[in-house]
Design a protein around this ligand. Structure first.
Ligand code: PLP
Length: 449
């Protein structure tokens, strides 16, 4: 099929995730056909630096044969076996061992799922089981944050705080949302430091309002990813920690994006010095080569759910799929052996921080922020008042299209442009990324004038 035929069949038969079906019908999809290193190529032969690592997952880029070969060999040896009913497979045990090593010291058990959304559903099941076994069944409410993203199953989307999503389904009634630490958008006249404390105090207020005896857990991404790469002010996590220390409430950190090196530490929890009870992972764990997710369970929780008898009536057919597990093993081995995370921490992260900050001088950039290998640009019409161009987020959509045309995949979340490039980028490629982003900004400024 040629490009037009592919687009037509796509329109007629394929319903895409998070897509306006009506719009898609008008424009036609971009058909991506191949990838190499940190670059993707579409059906027209247009090559682009992938500033989004696929969808936050291909942290090692697209050319790691160690991973694809491990999958191929596993599929020929034992393509599938389940881990229900007292069965196991060698790759699942080995990956569980490895994860226990690379996650914080107090986390030594893993429950595998097929995705991040499923893993957050698993978290809801573990949280309830934990409090039931401790004979505190009144602890039921999970606190989450507005504009957080925790997946798209009913559980994941209920935990998430995206108002557009909530309009289209009925959310679980035991989840409550608090403020997000989004200083640029909501900080008003407060300094970032003041606002960080303020946003963290909203957790305390919510706990008090609900009654601590009814609150089971608090879930949050270390940095909101899909919400627009919202890096909280430095005061935020220490203050959250203070609040949580006062109450007997589980902390779930959703590390689906920030796990496996994006901040320059293995996990966002390491970066912020937090001690989560549960930690969701997915995406980069297999470098995007095979679907896999899971939740790391702290010793505190594992001891309770393992010590008492009775079946945990939860699991997925593909929990601990052997091919997914070997993909995870190969990915973690590369991250360790090639010291990729250390390089983000010591070299490429600081280099991106320096180069990305230069974009703040652009006339339509209200803020340029970054951390490790993730960054965001706030597009504004007026820097002083932070006023946007319009309330339809036209600038973001224009900038995304301009960027793609210039050979860089940037994503738009409203009028916030975001990047999360592969962790293998070298400083020359970071220069390329920043220069292409600047060109996209210039083109956007012209188009919006
Ligand atoms: C992507 C994402 C999820 C959902 O993962 P899926 O594999 O798409 O189900 C959950 N949490 C966060 C923070 C994510 O970025």
């Amino acid at each position: 099929m040629n490009k037009n035929q592919l687009q037509q069949h796509d329109r007629e038969h394929l319903l895409h995730p998070f897509t306006d079906f009506h719009d898609l019908g008008k424009q036609g999809t971009r058909v991506i056909t191949s990838a190499e290193g940190a670059y993707i190529t579409d059906i027209d032969g247009h090559r682009m630096l992938d500033g989004m690592s696929g969808l936050w997952c291909c942290n090692l880029g697209y050319s790691r044969r160690e991973i694809s070969e491990a999958i191929y060999e596993q599929l020929n040896k034992l393509p599938f076996y389940n881990s229900f009913f007292q069965c196991t497979t060698v790759p699942s045990i080995e990956l569980a061992d490895l994860l226990s090593e690379v996650t914080p010291a107090h986390m030594n058990n893993v429950f595998f799922t097929g995705s991040g959304s499923e893993a957050n559903d698993t978290n809801l099941r573990i949280i309830r089981r934990y409090w039931d076994l401790l004979e505190q069944p009144e602890k039921r409410i999970v606190i989450s944050r507005k504009n957080g993203y925790h997946g798209s199953t009913i559980g994941g989307a209920s935990l998430g705080g995206m108002s557009g999503m909530h309009k289209q389904f009925q959310a679980l009634d035991y989840i409550e949302h608090i403020e997000q630490p989004y200083w640029f958008g909501e900080g008003g006249d407060m300094s970032p430091e003041e606002f960080g404390v303020h946003a963290a105090r909203s957790l305390d207020e919510k706990i008090q309002e609900l009654g601590p005896e009814k609150v089971a857990a608090f879930i949050a991404e270390p940095i909101q990813g899909a919400g627009g790469v919202i890096i909280p002010p430095e005061t935020y996590w220490p203050e959250v920690k203070k609040v949580l220390d006062q109450y007997d409430i589980l902390l779930v950190m959703d590390e689906v994006i920030f796990g496996f090196g994006r901040t320059g530490e293995w996990f966002g929890a390491d970066y912020y010095g937090m001690k989560p009870d549960l930690m969701t992972f997915a995406k980069a764990v297999t470098n995007g080569y095979f679907p896999l997710g899971g939740t790391m369970v702290s010793d505190r929780v594992a001891e309770v759910i393992k010590a008492k008898g009775g079946e945990f009536t939860h699991g997925y057919t593909y929990s601990a799929h052997p091919a997914a597990c070997v993909a995870g093993i190969a990915t973690l081995n590369i991250l360790r052996e090639e010291k990729i995370i250390e390089r983000v921490r010591d070299t490429t992260g600081p280099y991106l921080a320096k180069r990305w900050a230069e974009l703040a001088d652009h006339p339509i950039v209200g803020e340029a922020r970054s951390l490790g290998l993730v960054g965001a640009l706030e597009l504004v019409q007026d820097k002083g008042s932070r006023a946007r161009f319009d309330d339809k987020c036209t600038a973001g959509a224009v900038c995304r299209d301009m960027s793609i045309k210039n050979g860089l995949v940037m994503r738009a979340t409203g009028d916030t442009m975001i990047i999360a490039p592969p962790l293998i980028l070298d400083t020359t490629q970071i220069d390329e990324l920043v220069e292409k982003a600047r060109r996209a900004l210039d083109d956007t400024a012209k188009a919006m004038a």
